[in-house]
Design a protein around this ligand. Structure first.
Ligand SMILES: [Mg+2]
Length: 252
């Protein structure tokens, strides 16, 4: 387990807009769609409110359970795999850059237990129920691989492509992260770049794009960069970018 100090120092990479979910009543996980009953005629209301959070949460669960999420992962990562196969031999010192969370590793056990709420420092003792604190979850190092990404990783390795991980996880979580990557099957990558402890960035792109620049400066050509957030990809330094689906949280 990370120390309390490290836990306090840790933020899930950057500020996350997550669905605040303290739900009463039956779990919404089993509710595909939420439909409110028809309002009485003449009901006075405000038309400017944003989407109801519970409806967004139910839609996210339905998206996962329907298999559409898995199909989306396979589609995008499959295209990245085909691209790697076609480009690797044309390029001197080719490289693949991968994000970790919801790109290489799935935190579904934590996300679903928390119904997409984010608890930085809570314990994680009662899975499959929540709460499951993020740092405690990472310390367990039991996130499963996202299978299409692991296939991409293995294709890259087989084609002589160096693989770099760039993650918003902080350096304080390096040991747990390396252990989880290894357990998930990601063996033989070239380097893992993590956010420096206590550093803050307006956007993940402000950390990640310069790291890709450093990889290029070391002589590599990044032929593909894959993540689950636009901020994983913004800022250039990749021949082609691949965005996996992730309706579960947002990282600026
Ligand atoms: Mg991610």
């Amino acid at each position: 387990m990370a120390s309390q100090g490290l836990k306090r120092a840790f933020v899930r990479g950057f500020s996350i807009l997550c669905v605040a979910a303290t739900l009463a009543g039956p779990a919404l996980a089993d509710t595909a769609t939420l439909k409110a009953p028809a309002l009485p005629a003449g009901t006075v209301t405000d038309g400017a409110q944003p989407e109801n959070l519970s409806a967004a949460q139910a839609a996210a669960f339905a998206y996962y359970k329907s298999g559409a999420y898995e199909r989306g992962l396979s589609d995008v990562a499959g295209k990245a795999t085909a691209w790697i196969r076609s480009e690797a031999r044309k390029t001197k010192h080719p490289a693949l850059v991968l994000d970790i969370d919801e790109t290489s590793l799935s935190n579904w056990a934590e996300l679903s237990a928390n119904q997409f709420a984010y608890f930085p420092d809570a314990p994680c003792r009662s899975l499959p129920k929540g709460p499951c604190g993020w740092a405690a979850w990472v310390a367990r190092a039991e996130a499963k691989p996202i299978a299409p990404t692991l296939a991409l990783f293995r294709t890259a390795k087989a084609n002589g492509v160096a693989v770099f991980f760039i993650t918003g996880r902080s350096e304080a979580l390096r040991a747990e992260t390396e252990r989880n990557l290894k357990a998930a099957g990601y063996v033989g990558y070239t380097q893992l770049y993590m956010k420096p402890d206590l550093s803050t960035f307006r956007s993940a792109a402000d950390f990640k794009a310069p790291v890709r620049g450093r990889i290029e400066s070391a002589g590599y050509t990044i032929i593909a960069n894959m993540g689950d957030q636009a901020s994983d990809l913004a800022g250039g330094h990749s021949l082609r970018s691949f965005l996996l689906p992730d309706p579960f949280y947002f990282i600026p």
